[in-house]
Every structure is written in structure tokens, then in C-alpha cells.
Write a protein that binds this ligand. Structure first.
Ligand code: RP5
Length: 169
């Protein structure tokens, strides 16, 4: 991993979860980013229980090399929108299961950001896709990362083609 304080070309993803109970999705995102050699960090900061800490995290994030944010939250799930309100960097929201409608509540909360401050939204609990989308955004200015993403897609396709059920195709 590169040190963002000494390497200004480093491209990092800031992953923030609203609660320790959301950490699984964040760890799945980090694992995919590690695989793609994209540095990332995970923070546990509730938007409504620790708003000042969240503001400090976002204010310092760009200087630490963070280019894209992934914000993971359940229930009212306002964290991704609050993060997006304080940065013009891309924010990807991951809704989490739980609550009265088991994730549909968080999904609708995140995907329905009123106009003016967008948040990209992936499926419920889908930290993997959040990481892949973050990597795609970073790859626009990083051809080597784009090549790693393309290789990952090829490996994925090859694994499906190699399924015994697909023999002869
Ligand atoms: C949200 O409320 C968190 O993102 C979490 O998904 C949900 C429940 O939080 P805890 O009660 O587990 O702290 O703020």
C-alpha cells in the first residue's frame, strides 16, 4: 500500500459506515479494492450520532488522497447524502438490510436523493459492486487500473464458461 501523505498520485477510496453493524459490506468492498491494488480506508462514523467527526473526516479526506467515497448505511440511511453534501467527489451509497422493510427503506432513502447533490446507489449490501464502481471511476485517469478491471471481467467470464453445466458451449 502506498502512503497517501507522501504519494500525491495515490488514488484512494474512503469507505465510511454508519455503524459497526455495517462493517461486513465495507470489508467486502475493501477486499475487492485490495485485489485491484486500490488503496482504501474504513471509518465508522454515524451521520446523526457523530456529525462533527463526520465533517472532520470529509474535510481532511481529499488531502489524504481520497478520490471517491463509499458510504454504507441502513434504516433512514442519510449517511451517503450527508457525505455528498460536503464534497464534490463521487459518493457511492450502499444500502444495508434491516429495519421495517429489510433494506428497501435504506435503498429508497439513498436512491431518492433530491436533485442537486447526487449519490450513486448499488444493491442492498453490495459492497463488492460499490468497490468495482469506485475502481471504474478511478480508472478513467488510470489505464493500468482499467487493465486490471478488464482482466477481472475476463476471469469472471472464464469462470462461468468453465462451469461444468456449460460444457460444449
Ligand atoms: C444506521 O442504522 C447504520 O448505518 C446501521 O445500518 C443502522 C443500525 O445501526 P446500529 O443500531 O447497529 O448502530 O445508522
Amino acid at each position: 500500500m502506498t502512503d497517501p501523505t507522501t504519494d500525491p498520485t495515490d488514488r484512494r477510496v474512503g469507505i465510511v459506515v454508519g455503524s459497526r453493524s455495517d462493517i461486513g459490506a465495507a470489508e467486502r468492498a475493501m477486499a475487492v479494492l485490495d485485489e485491484l491494488e486500490v488503496d482504501s480506508e474504513i471509518r465508522v462514523i454515524s451521520a446523526h450520532r457523530a456529525p462533527e467527526l463526520l465533517a472532520r473526516f470529509i474535510a481532511g479526506a481529499e488531502a489524504r488522497g481520497i478520490r471517491v467515497f463509499i458510504a454504507v448505511a441502513g434504516l433512514a440511511a442519510h449517511l451517503p447524502g450527508v457525505v455528498a453534501s460536503q464534497t464534490t467527489r463521487p459518493v457511492i451509497g450502499v444500502p444495508m438490510a434491516g429495519g421495517v422493510s429489510d433494506g428497501l427503506d435504506a435503498l429508497l432513502a439513498i436512491v431518492q436523493m433530491p436533485k442537486g447533490v447526487p449519490v450513486a446507489t448499488v444493491g442492498v449490501g453490495n459492497g463488492e459492486n460499490a468497490a468495482l464502481l469506485a475502481a471504474s471511476i478511478l480508472a478513467v485517469g488510470d489505464p493500468a487500473l482499467g487493465a486490471r478491471l478488464a482482466a477481472r471481467r475476463s476471469d469472471q467470464a472464464a469462470a462461468i464458461a468453465g462451469d461444468p453445466a456449460n460444457e460444449g458451449l
